[in-house]
Design a protein. Structure first.
Length: 272
């Protein structure tokens, strides 16, 4: 059956509206579930353990200052509590690490320990096996990945996972060109609004910030090395080919470890 040009245009118009609505719905909420740090006050400060080298100190400082602008969640850089190579978690805080973790395919990752809906501890790793070589040995790439991995530990997910479209102006956006324009090296207003949505609507009866919860976690949650996909549990979404993955390791009773992985793209492999 022949369709008139006007009818075809109408269909394209409505399809555009539908796709726009779907896109808006996807980016309206960039949290990765209902997970959050338990707290009993309207605002709180989360400690970021400094286990990074001098090459990364400025980027950790910038990420901490950027996320402090949310109004509901503050961060404070403190002395590190772990060997950067092992990067073990510490209760009630985030340990931030960098080291040469090997040519294993991932550029950066965030691992978050949860109990029920509450985050109890977290780590982030920046892989110098890639950051010490082109194309990743640049300030824009270091800012983007540091900002994004720390952001994941608050309960934030990506705003966008397409490497090839226009930058959204946030470090929670995947990109092939972090300095843009617009730049994807820092959070944007939507990220701050999302943190208000996560933390501004309710209080908890207890806090998981700076608290010891080790006694309530199975020993395996703290004793196992979680260095690769074989230890990360079930793949929830994404793949190395897509450039990102989320894994979930379930210990029962609402206790899980969530791993967000930033993969090195095949077309961005470091030059020999």
């Amino acid at each position: 059956m022949k369709v008139s040009s006007r009818a075809a245009l109408v269909r394209v118009f409505w399809l555009g509206l539908v796709m726009g609505a779907i896109s808006a719905a996807l980016y309206a909420n960039n949290s990765w579930g209902s997970y959050h740090w338990a707290r009993t006050t309207d605002s709180f400060t989360l400690k970021l353990g400094d286990n990074v080298s001098s090459a990364w100190d400025a980027y950790l400082d910038e990420a901490s200052a950027d996320w402090n602008q949310s109004g509901v969640l503050g961060t404070q850089k403190v002395a590190g509590g772990t060997d950067p190579r092992k990067c073990r978690p510490k209760q009630g805080r985030v340990e931030v690490c960098n080291a040469k973790y090997g040519l294993n395919g991932w550029l950066g990752l965030a691992q978050i320990w949860v109990s029920g809906s509450h985050i109890t501890q977290a780590i982030t790793k920046m892989n110098d096996s890639y950051f010490n070589a082109a194309p990743y040995n640049s300030p824009p790439w270091r800012r983007l990945v540091m900002c994004q991995e720390v952001g994941h530990t608050f309960g934030l997910d990506h705003q966008d996972e397409n490497f090839n479209n226009t930058n959204l102006g946030t470090c929670m956006d995947y990109t092939s060109d972090p300095d843009g324009p617009p730049s994807n090296e820092h959070p944007n207003a939507h990220d701050y609004d999302q943190l208000v949505s996560i933390y501004g609507g309710h209080l908890d009866s207890s806090t998981s910030v700076s608290q010891s919860v080790e006694g309530r976690m199975p020993p395996a949650m703290t004793d196992i090395d979680f260095e690769g996909p074989g230890q990360w549990g079930r793949l929830v979404r994404g793949s190395p080919a897509q450039g990102f993955s989320v894994y979930e390791l379930d210990f029962g009773g609402g206790r899980k470890i969530i791993t967000h992985v930033y993969w090195v793209r095949r077309d961005h492999q470091p030059q020999e």
